[in-house]
Design a binder for this molecule. Structure first.
Ligand SMILES: NC(=O)c1ccc[n+]([C@@H]2O[C@H](COP(=O)([O-])OP(=O)(O)OC[C@H]3O[C@@H](n4cnc5c(N)ncnc54)[C@H](O)[C@@H]3O)[C@@H](O)[C@H]2O)c1
Length: 330
């Protein structure tokens, strides 16, 4: 591949892992990130970091030109679901309007391929589980809607211009780079495994379990946890697919097709840490589905990608190793 891949949000959790996967595959990378939640130290030194907002057309287009960008992987965004309910316009600005601006820059600069971080939140409360890509999309929060709107833009843009795209709908992303080069570093994270390993390293006193009366075997919410390294690898394979089939675009679930309840995850954390993390039973949060598990038949058919780290204890172990490393940094 000649030229570079632009990774927006490459200083953040998932983006920094995609940067590693691209670099490890011998692909040149330019990261564009405004560092609102990301960290410059999270960007591998083999990549170029441009500190800019994706809405800054001049900076984005200059970076695309300077680095001969032929593909964009777009991770930049705002990611906290409850915050999107309190402040929807922030999400429609940063996830929808700013994405529109980035896509416009990409089209103007002749970028050929676009990979978008979408989410299982586009499905809302699924009617059937596991959920397929063609299941009804009825987001129940502005976060999910802000992402679905960007998917719709991409479909229209790919029909009108010489660009194809892959929207990857992530389920619950967890874990950290196996070589300890990156992990989830955001303060105040709300993801269960991150919160639990924070409790294991003494950053928190307990872990809240939101809802014990769901229609699941143990009453707690069931989710599909995907290792961030597997997710990053899916992006590299998706890029190759877009290159190989220029006229075609794709929307693919990214998950293992297997769900674990909150209590099963916390049992795994207790096993891995050899501790008993304090659990606080609390009421449901608004709009949490009982179960959200991917039907991953489409990604398995479209890409050579296969899950390699689909082991809950391993995911927890890697997240814990990173959390310990983070604790040493401060
Ligand atoms: N973490 C998950 O489980 C999950 C699930 C589904 C989808 N996603 C999506 O994956 C993407 C990455 O999420 P993450 O968990 O790594 O979050 P993160 O907050 O760690 O990373 C987001 C990055 O984007 C940057 N950023 C935000 N707005 C920007 C802007 N306007 N211009 C330039 N940079 C900007 C931030 O500084 C940060 O480095 C997001 O789009 C998110 O919606 C995440």
């Amino acid at each position: 591949m000649t030229g570079s891949v632009m990774v927006t949000g490459g200083a953040g959790y998932i983006g920094s892992h995609a940067v590693l996967a691209l670099l490890d595959a011998g692909i040149q990378v330019v990261v564009l990130d405004n560092l609102v939640t990301g960290f410059d130290w999270a960007v591998d030194s083999r990549a170029t970091l441009v500190v800019a907002d994706i809405e800054d057309d001049a900076a984005v287009r200059a970076a695309m030109r300077d680095h001969a960008v032929f593909a964009v992987m777009h991770f930049a965004g705002s990611v906290v679901v409850p915050e999107s309910v309190e402040n929807p316009l922030k999400y429609y600005r940063n996830n929808t309007a700013a994405s529109r601006s980035l896509i416009e820059s990409a089209v103007a600069e002749g970028v050929k391929h676009f990979i978008f971080s979408s989410t299982a939140a586009t499905y809302g409360i699924p009617e059937t589980v596991p959920v397929r890509e063609d299941s009804p999309k009825q987001p129940i929060n502005p976060y999910g809607m802000s992402k679905l709107m960007t998917e719709a833009m991409l479909a229209d843009v790919a029909a009108a211009h010489a660009i194809n795209y892959c929207a990857l709908r992530y389920f619950n992303v967890a874990g950290a780079d196996l070589q300890g080069r990156s992990g989830q570093s955001t303060a105040g994270a709300t993801h269960l495994i991150k919160v639990a390993v924070e409790a294991a390293t003494g950053k928190r006193a307990s872990v809240s379990v939101f809802g014990t009366d769901f229609a699941t075997p143990d009453g707690t919410g069931v989710r599909d946890y995907i290792h961030v390294t597997d997710l990053a690898a899916a992006h590299v394979d998706a890029l190759q697919l877009l290159i190989d089939q220029p006229g075609e675009s794709h929307t693919l679930n990214c998950g293992y097709g297997k769900g674990f309840s909150v209590l099963e995850v916390l049992d795994a954390v207790d096993r891995v840490t050899n501790m008993t993390i304090d659990r606080r039973m609390e009421g449901r949060r608004a709009g949490d589905p009982d179960a959200l598990v991917a039907d991953n038949a489409a990604i398995l058919a479209a890409l050579p990608w296969r899950p390699r780290h689909d082991d809950l204890d391993g995911i927890v172990r890697d997240a814990l190793a990173w959390e310990r490393k983070l604790a040493e940094r401060v």
